[in-house]
Structures are given as structure tokens and as C-alpha cells.
Design a protein around this ligand. Sequence first.
Ligand SMILES: [Zn+2]
Length: 466
Amino acid sequence: MNTISIDENRLSDISRFAETHERDIVRDIARLVRIPSVEGPAEPDAPFGIESKRALDCALQIAAELGLGTVNCENKIAYASVGEDRGQGYLATITHVDVVPAGDGWSEDPFTLREREGFLIGRGVMDDKGPSVLCLYALKYLKDSGIPLRYPVRALLGSNEETGMGDLEHYIANYPAPLFCFSPDADFPLIHGEKGIYHGRLISRHTPINVLEMTGGVAPNAVPAKASALVRAETLHSTDAVSAEPAEPGLWRLSAVGISGHASMPEGTVNAIGRIVDYVLENNIPAAEELPYFRFLQKLHAATDGSGLGLQSADDCFTPLTAVGGKISTEDGVFTQTIDCRYGISTSGERITALLREAAGDAAEILVDADNVPFYLTLDNPAIQACIESYNLITGENARPFTIGGGTYARHFPNAAAFGPEHPERPAPDFAGPIHGIDEAARLSDFIEALKIYIVALLRLEELDF
Ligand SMILES: [Zn+2]
């Protein structure tokens, strides 16, 4: 095998490469940002719409200009490559060139890259067009350096990450998986595990008598900021948490406001549906036949750690289980409450379903919509060590990998991790917006640093036995 020593000379060569290509990198990110690659209707040779396809073509064009090999996988996903493929397996990075819609409120055109005080601003600069360009330049370094590569490296470029992951599904089904893959589409330093993600529905079985309608939330994976109900009652009074307005004789409209947040990180949120459920029970609104369902809902909304339903669980790999009732709706007198659970390795989707059925008794039917098992690589995994050591070498930090409750591209591969390039811990000015938000921004110096990290990590990964 080759031994690629990462000595001082190598490091300064990598630094020089990253710094001398800074303006080329900005130019190439601007080319991708210019394409509003939001998913559109499928067209011939453009399964995720014409703009996503244009972004894929543009990324391959950049790769070709950098002297990399290019392969288009049926216009769903594509990759740039370096090194000779002799069937020995390959390493990969994976990013995506599709974006979420710009939304209103941008200071200037979201699809024209702007620079301000060391930041790049435009839709997709951070998620995930900037990182896509960084991966292409990392491969260019490998190529230009002339280092013999034990494993070829592919920079995979998805075009449907934001809306369904049809890009990756296609790749996994039709191409061999990489030996190891890292995904620059998340936070630094390194994410070595992602919780299991469970989505279910709790469907009422009773006939409504006094609680006629419940509505709230926008998505199963978000804590709802608003909820309302239509109930039958003589007199009701508003409280700090719930306002009660007469609707028509004998009927009241209840509404509540909560504090929204992502279901994977519910700390500090307040569930508006839970406020309505508490109010309804405190005011003895449900008839006897309705009580079991509302008591069941109250247990769900009582605590975001699932303890009201006996779901709580914790282990050494992940933060404790979370359980969030994100959305409730009423159709033909049937209430449907969603549940989103993020769980670690000491429970399972089957166990969550069993506990929900036990807690529900006859009050609700439990349907499971999705159950993605937790994804976890141990800290002593050599690829995990190669990545985190590269990060610490370049930044001078002593950071440790961490786990999250969300899902990234990484969980779809047998051996993968999400690896930067966001630094939520580094303060940013007010004009620099978040991913998916207005004025999405990325610090250019962080990108140049990230490029060095990715090059060092790929060189270290080249040295491993897989
Ligand atoms: Zn992304």
C-alpha cells in the first residue's frame, strides 16, 4: 500500500492550493447559485425538473474543467472522479446541487451570488452548492498532486436531496456503495450517528360529542406553533395559554399559540396542541366516551421525552429519546394526531408501537408510517478517526464527533458520516442568514479551511484498509 505522509510540506502544499484557488471557488459557486434548482415537474432526461438537471450539468461541467472524470447517472445523480478504478472499491463524498425555494424577504436576488464582509450570500451557498464545489476542488488536489491513489475517489452530486432523496435511492439501487463516504451537508466537526426516526399516527375511535374538531401544526416533524378546536360548552373563559371565543350558540372556538421548533430538538418549544388538550380536560369538556382519547393525547404532549407514554429511553450513544405530536387534523369526525419519535439504540420502533398501543388501549388505533433505524459508527472506527483527526489537525481544536436526532445523506450508506462544513458555534453577523432561510450565507474563510480538512481527510482515508 502507499503511505501518504501528511508532513509539514504536504500541509503547506494543501494550504497553498486551497488559498490560491479561493477566487476560482467563488466563481464556480456563483455559477451553481445562478441556477434556481428547486424540484420541478419531471421531463424527459430531467426526472427532478429542468433546473435540477441544469445544476447537475453545471457541476459536471465544473468537474470537467478541473480535469476530473465525470459520470451522469441517468440525470438523477452524477459524480466526478479521480484515480483508477480496478474494482478495489472507492471512497466518496456526497453533496447536492438542488435547493429549497428562495422564499420572500431576501435583501437582493437570491440567485445572484453576493459577497459581503467575507461572507458569500445566495440560495444554496451553504446547503449544499458551496460544499459541492469544495469537494470538486478536493478531488482536483488529489489529481494535481500526482499522489498514487489506492482507492479512486468519487464526488457524488445529488439533485433531489431536499425533496425525497430519489437521487440517492437510484444510486444505492444501481451502483456499488462506497467503502466510506462523507457528506459535507451538516455541521462540523463530525456526525457519527443519527437517531432512529419513527413516524406514526394516533387515530381516534370514538364518535365526537363535545370536542368536534381539532386542528394544529404544519408538519409531523415540527412542534406546532398554532392549534385550534371547536367544542360544545355552556361558558368558557380564556386563559393565558388558550383563548376561548363563542362560535355559535353552544359552540366555542379555542385557539392556542405555542413555540415552534424542529421535532428532533424540542427543548424550549411549547406544543400548541398540548395546550388545547390540557384546556379541554381541565374544563371537563369531553364526554365520558371521548375522555380516553384526550387523556391519551395529554400523555403524548405532557413531555417531549416520551415519559407520559412510557417511551423514554437513553443510551451512551445518543441524547435521550424525543417524542413530538406535530400535527392534528379532523376528518369525518375522526381525529388524527401524528407522532414523531427520535430514538437511540436501547429501544426500537416495534417497542415504541407496542408501548403506544398499550397506552392507547381502545381509545386509538396506532398506524406506523415510517421507521428508520438508528445509524451509528463507533468512535474507534478508523474512518471516523481519520476524519476527526483531519479536522483537529487543520483547526487546532480538540473536537469530538457527535450524534444528532436528524437524518442526513450519511444514514443511507453502510459506512458514512456527515462532515461539516457549518460552524454553528462561530458567531456570524445578522446579515448572514441560515440554510433554508433568507440571505443564506457562508463564511468564505471557513470554506477554504473546510477544503483543507477534506483534502487531508481523503488522504488519510486512502491509507486505511477497508
Ligand atoms: Zn442539504
